[in-house]
Design a binder for this molecule. Structure first.
Ligand SMILES: C[S@@+](CC[C@H](N)C(=O)[O-])C[C@H]1O[C@@H](n2cnc3c(N)ncnc32)[C@H](O)[C@@H]1O
Length: 567
């Protein structure tokens, strides 16, 4: 029997194979999938977005518009799969840590430490959202997920499955709580993790990171000319066999500590050999040693019995350097730079778990230091990510934009996240009564809503028409053209500086020609979405209007939702 030709297998062959497969150990993560209400409901409730026009903020006429979505992120991510597929540069998320302290709900019930399916519920919850979010990342996109030790190991394995082990970029250990959280019989916890994955490591990895010279994770010193350096041993970890040319003796005068590469009487020979006797190499070529010594960049020191050669490592702060895996700077403390910021904004902190603003800023810039990126956070909480994006733009006149989503548990969206973003954009008075200038920007506020249907897979005509009528805001977001200009029973029009978007809702096309003529007169690019039962029904029409491109609705939208349901 050929192993490849399955059609020739007998029933017994198949039974034996199944037995064999069942016995085989699986490498990776296994859990019991726990159905989630918000997900199963989507079979009969199609998620859409509805703008809350009263919460619109416009403080920078020419700047990009940021988006805040209030609702469950499963629904928001479903919608974003239609509006933002492969349009997101970086994702930063800080999901519930599932500490068992009844701070996270699954199917409307708090998950406590006694719940035998605690990890399974959390993994089921995260898997769906991560799969949906992966679709949103550009090919060179990167995701950063923060977590503590309750779910770190599980999350790492889950992400290996979803993003691919190869695309793992590393984990940073962040000291977010310098005083430590005391736990009975356990080690006091000072840190959490930020885990990074690329969508495609071959295309983009971690970005060089600006490190300030007084960063506490380094030992940078200033020399007499004010230039920064780090004292490093000239002996490197590379073996002699790898770089034989860098294995040579350096001679030291034991009295003056003068260095030479040629031997003279009374000089002591130093080789790059470590305490265990391993032959290593020097960090510089032979020809460079004396020149650097003359410039004071290399010197010898007597250490215990022997001599060691040191050099001044000169970091290039302009170029930055790869982020290090340990961040202990006090600026990462969530109490000092998370809770305190909320106190400044609100008088007292209305939320217990904000991130340090600077931890989020540094995570974002580690993923991408470009100034025009789109940043997504679908566990936005108090809105630190939005604040970080606005702060970064202020620092370097960037045009980054954010899309953030949070549910409204304990009114966190309405009463904390939105007011925070508004205050940061418009300016506020801090605790000391000082006026803090606004970081001028724009925001549109949406809530998730639903179009009821009997069955998404075979939605009745009436539901499709209803969906088209309500899809306007989503189409506007997809086309980045958010200003509604007109809405009647037949069509809706949105406008931006660059283009116009029109949606023709009705099955009855008697008014379509008059809409097209109206749009054809505009001196702007126009995208016209026409209600149709199939795909590309109107693709070859209205070609006489060069400025008009025609697209279908709602079939492509329903197709996206069907794909999402399969994930
Ligand atoms: C750990 S907090 C994030 C805190 C945030 N990084 C900050 O600095 O304020 C997680 C947040 O996700 C929100 N959340 C939890 N489950 C959610 C869901 N299914 N959809 C949307 N938001 C959710 C919670 O309301 C909570 O505020």
């Amino acid at each position: 029997m050929s192993r490849e030709n399955f059609s020739e297998w007998s029933k017994q062959d198949l039974i034996d194979e199944v037995k064999k497969l069942k016995k085989r150990k699986k490498y990776g993560i296994v859990w019991e999938d726990k159905p989630e209400k918000v997900v199963t409901e989507c079979k009969k409730k199609i998620p859409i977005l509805k703008e809350d026009i009263n919460r619109k903020i416009e403080k920078n006429k020419d700047g990009p518009v940021n988006i805040l979505i209030e609702g469950d992120n499963y629904h928001a991510l479903t919608v974003l799969n239609y509006t933002h597929k492969e349009k997101i540069d970086v994702i930063y998320i800080d999901p519930p840590y599932n500490t068992g302290a009844k701070t996270w709900k699954y199917n409307n019930d708090y998950v406590d430490g006694e719940d035998a399916f605690r990890h399974s519920k959390w993994l089921s919850f995260m898997e769906k959202r991560l799969k949906l979010s992966k679709n949103l990342l550009k090919n060179d996109g990167i995701i950063c997920l923060t977590i503590d030790e309750n779910e770190q190991a599980q999350l790492k394995l889950l992400c290996d499955e979803i993003f691919g082990e190869y695309n793992y970029l590393g984990t940073i250990c962040i000291r977010n709580n310098p005083s430590g959280r005391t736990r009975k019989s356990e080690i006091s916890l000072q840190h959490e993790y930020a885990i990074f994955y690329s969508k495609n490591k071959n295309i983009k990895g971690i970005s060089p990171f600006y490190v300030s010279p007084d960063n506490k994770t380094h030992n940078y010193k200033q020399d007499e000319n004010g230039k920064w350096y780090e004292k490093r041993n000239l002996r490197r970890g590379r073996k002699k066999e790898e770089r034989p040319k860098r294995y040579f003796p350096i001679f030291v005068n034991p009295k003056s500590l003068q260095i030479s590469i040629t031997n003279k009487p009374q000089l002591i020979e130093i080789l790059p050999v470590n305490d265990s006797g391993h032959q290593l190499t020097w960090d510089r070529e032979k020809e460079k040693i004396e020149e650097l010594y003359r410039k004071g960049e290399i010197w010898a020191e007597k250490i215990k019995k022997g001599y060691q050669i040191f050099f001044k490592f000169r970091p290039n702060f302009e170029l930055g350097e790869s982020p290090k895996s340990l961040w202990i700077d006090p600026k990462y403390s969530s109490r000092e730079h998370g809770i305190r910021i909320l106190k400044d904004l609100f008088g007292e902190s209305p939320f217990e778990y904000p991130k340090s603003l600077y931890a989020v800023i540094d995570c974002i810039t580690s993923m991408n230091c470009n100034k025009e990126i789109t940043v997504l956070d679908f566990f936005a909480g108090s809105g630190t990510t939005a604040h970080a994006v606005l702060e970064l733009n202020e620092r370097d006149e960037g045009k980054r934009r954010f899309i953030i989503c949070t549910n409204n548990e304990n009114k966190i969206c309405e009463e904390i996240c939105y007011p925070r973003v508004k205050k940061v954009i418009e300016g506020y008075k801090n605790l000391k009564g000082e006026k803090i200038e606004g970081l001028k920007s724009n925001l549109s506020y949406y809530k998730t809503d639903f179009v009821e249907t009997e069955n998404l897979d075979e939605a009745p005509d009436e539901d499709k028409i209803n969906l088209t009528y309500k899809a306007g805001e989503m189409i506007a977001i997809r086309e980045d053209t958010l200003e509604e200009k007109e809405k009647n029973d037949w069509w809706q029009i949105f406008e931006s500086k660059q283009k116009l978007i029109a949606i023709y809702f009705q099955e009855d096309k008697s008014k379509l020609q008059s809409l097209v003529e109206k749009l054809g007169n505009f001196d702007k690019e126009v995208v016209l979405y026409i209600f149709s039962w199939g795909k590309n029904e109107y693709a070859n029409e209205f070609t006489e209007y060069e400025n008009i491109t025609v697209k279908d609705i709602p079939e492509p939208l329903i197709e996206v939702y069907k794909e999402v349901a399969k994930l």
